[in-house]
Design a protein around this ligand. Sequence first.
Ligand code: AGP
Length: 354
Amino acid sequence: MEKEIFEQPDSIRRAIRGRLKEGKIKIPSIEKIYPDRILIIGCGTSYHAGLLGKYYFEDISGIPTEVETASEFNYRSVPKEENVLAIFISQSGETADTITSLLKCRDLGYDLFTITNSVCSTLAREAGKGIYQYAGKEVSVASTKTFTSQATILLMMACYFGKAEADYISKIPELIKEVLEGNEIDDLVDSLPSRAMYASGPSLQTLEEVIFLGRQSMYPVALEASLKLKEVSYINSQAYPSGEIKHGPLALITEDTPVILFAAQNNLEKKNSSTSSEVSLRGGEVVIVRKSNQQITGKKFAEVVMPDCNDYVAPILSVIFFQLFALRVAIRKHQFENINIDKPRNLAKSVTVE
Ligand code: AGP
């Protein structure tokens, strides 16, 4: 997992290579597609990438977009519609639920399109049209580099459909390198001494739960950060849209539950500041994830600061910090046990049964 996290500058470079020329996106497989509506389907991490894709498609290209987990889509009635582009996201290209969704969308007469890391996989073959991620083989069960390359490809597609300037995408690999070279996450993990963080053995008090919050493009980031932590550290975590916490989850806030607030969004500084205050006023220890040029007011326990970047790139950088967080916490937690972080209990890399 660690190796794959650190490969991300290169995997993103390969996702972009040949597809971005003089600030414009050139992707032959999407030329001549002019959808009225987009439907994105995936599972787990690929579904989270799809949620970020919805934000990109609607914000950059103005195309109405829905996102659904394959396992839900497969068993409900879906009204027929004209000119729908169905995008299937899957690093393996072999996920049974997603393949079933593709067959259902074919019956509905939708245009089929796959984003996958596996050349010649079932989804790639059945869709006939798509984009390869070229992220390199991902061995760890917990997906990392394939999420960020899916997100980058969705961003490029949104720029293509929206005829938007895309030069900033070429800077993503360097920005990721900067994030990976920093000490923010090691410092954060070290700064949680009240929970012992497994520093001297498993018998010490343990970190039992982490809450992740995010608005808009940062909500999929919160979901993905939470999934990573669960998968590799077996620590319970929840993710909520920031505005929802006052509708119930605030009851969970105690001084023993770190609350990670993804807030690297220029246009939402005020809203993110008020979420931070809502949590800290109830005794919660808030960790703010922000850009270097931003101010999020209110009492905070710690900050994770990323380089200044375009708002569409910030979710990608935010996720990388918390891939590392999940890994570092898992290493500490499992240090006296014989647990392979790359192969978490009960999970398989590719889920080929429904
Ligand atoms: C991610 O860390 C998980 N291993 C899992 O959620 C995975 O993303 C999901 O099973 C979908 O796999 P796919 O991308 O190969 O279709």
